[in-house]
Design a protein around this ligand. Structure first.
Ligand code: ZN
Length: 478
């Protein structure tokens, strides 16, 4: 079935057709490592992991590049505060970022993590092209991009040029337009610097400094993919100025339009309905969060909201996500551990349910990666399996493997059900007690049901959790 994606450039859903048949070049703006990565980063990178997994699942050969911005004002400022070398600081946090991505199980979805400082030559070349074509001009050791020269400057953001006056993010005396942005910045003593030689009006100009943020990305992608590529992703706060400036640079330098065919932007993460910030003390790093729960909980939580929407992080919501995950494990385990025979009379029902799950899951993901819908399809299917297991004594092995494959294939897109705890069944007596307790709870006999809960814990090491979907169980220490 055709995949449809929402393209920020056209502000509409479009069928996804890569430039080269079957091959997808994908770039997502990565981390500027000057501090530990936080839950906002987790939302973005988990969201694009779902995207790349689905593209690969559909058979596209994807090259996924996520850059590391290792030259940037924030790194230099933080390094100065701590009396450290900027690169030492950057490497420290970069290493910790990779540990975080590995802990989330999404590090290897990315093929290449290029660093800006390896692309100084390419950056120089791109600045030279922009000077040659009259889009750039030097000013006191800096080089600026003349925004007014590029006709389509606001096409991604949809803003009006005069609205940009408000965003004087790079104030500097002598710029042609207030909103012109830096391609190259002269560096101050103590800052990392490179020497580049440029030609302006036939004269050689030697500049000592460092690249502007936006050109790092377009120089890099031009080196890796060439002048055009398929998919550029990032948080939606990057639409202006970062991605707007990327378009101005690449499309002017290489006379291509659009240089990226599909622009995908993800919504922000809030904490308790407020923007996450250090001053509000609601700043949660990935490693802090993962002390409280398994990475699968965070992935399920992320999947429960569409990537383009805002995601609100709250302790209580994480508790619900954990319950939901435990329930999926418990319910799937009951089916997985059914008595297996060669063939059984109701096998067809399971084969049909497996087909339905695969179809409905695909339809949801093909609609602009609708993960909340896809996740609910998976939940409904696992619920049905639990009911089936409770009503039947046996299952044919072919039907069972078909269903197990369908469930695990869907779960793998979200990186859940990756622990093999579902493979071990619980003792029959414990299973009987769980059902007995559910019956007692329905009849509001809470004292007796609590006694059974204690017995399951002390005798079998089984913990129970009553979720909206039903009772989930899990083993102590798992
Ligand atoms: Zn970027």
């Amino acid at each position: 079935m055709a995949l449809v994606v929402y393209n920020t450039l056209s502000k509409s859903k479009e069928e996804f057709i890569p430039i080269n048949n079957g091959k997808v070049d994908m770039f997502v703006c990565g981390l500027t490592p000057y501090d530990d990565a936080h839950l906002g980063h987790a939302k973005t990178f988990i969201g694009f992991a779902f995207v790349v997994r689905w593209l690969r699942h559909k058979g596209f050969k994807v090259k996924y590049v996520q850059n590391i911005t290792d030259i940037e004002d924030k790194i230099i400022a933080r390094a100065h505060e701590r009396n450290m070398d900027p690169f030492e600081l950057e490497r420290y946090y970069e290493q910790r970022f990779f540990e975080d991505m590995a802990a989330l199980g999404i590090k290897d979805d990315v093929d290449v993590y290029p660093r800006s400082h390896d692309y100084i030559d390419a950056i120089r070349g791109q600045i030279q092209l922009l000077l040659d074509k009259g889009y750039a001009y030097p000013l006191d050791g800096d080089v600026y991009y003349n925004v007014v020269k590029f006709r389509d400057y606001t096409k991604l953001s949809g803003m009006k040029l005069d609205e940009l006056e408000k965003h004087r993010i790079e104030p500097k005396e002598g710029k042609v337009n207030v909103y012109d942005f830096a391609l190259w910045k002269a560096s101050k003593p103590g800052e990392p610097m490179w020497e580049i030689k440029l030609k302006v009006d036939g004269k050689e100009l030697t500049l000592t400094g460092r690249p502007g943020w936006h050109i790092e990305d377009t120089a890099m992608t031009h080196e890796i993919f060439g002048p055009r590529y398929d998919l550029h992703g990032g948080a939606n706060e990057l639409i202006f100025p970062h991605h707007t400036n990327e378009i101005a640079q690449a499309e002017a330098a290489y006379d291509v339009s659009p240089f990226v065919k599909y622009w995908l932007h993800s919504g922000v993460l809030n904490v308790d309905n407020a923007k996450m910030s250090k001053s509000l003390k609601n700043f949660v790093t990935i490693r802090e969060a993962l002390k409280g729960f398994d990475a699968e909980v965070l992935k399920l939580f992320t999947a429960s909201t569409h990537y383009r929407k805002e995601l609100n992080y709250r302790e209580a919501l994480m508790g619900e996500a954990r319950q939901r995950l435990n329930y999926l494990y418990a319910a799937f385990s009951i089916f997985y551990n059914m008595h297996e025979v060669q063939e059984s009379k109701d096998d067809a029902e399971i084969v049909k349910a497996a087909d339905t799950l695969s179809e409905e899951f695909s339809a949801a993901m093909d609609d602009d990666f609708n993960t909340p819908l896809a996740l609910s399809r998976l939940t409904v299917a696992i619920n049905q399996l639990r009911a089936f297991a409770e009503e039947h004594n046996e299952i044919g092995s072919k039907a069972k493997s078909r269903m197990v494959a369908a469930v695990l294939e869907a779960a793998a897109i979200f990186g859940i059900l990756g622990h093999d705890t579902y493979k071990t069944s619980i003792p029959m007596e414990a299973d009987r007690l769980i059902k007995e307790r559910e019956r007692l709870r329905k009849n509001k006999k809470f004292e007796e049901s609590d006694r059974i809960r204690d017995k399951l814990k002390s005798e079998y090491g089984i913990l129970l959790e009553d979720t909206e979907l039903g009772t989930a169980w899990y083993r102590e220490g798992v």
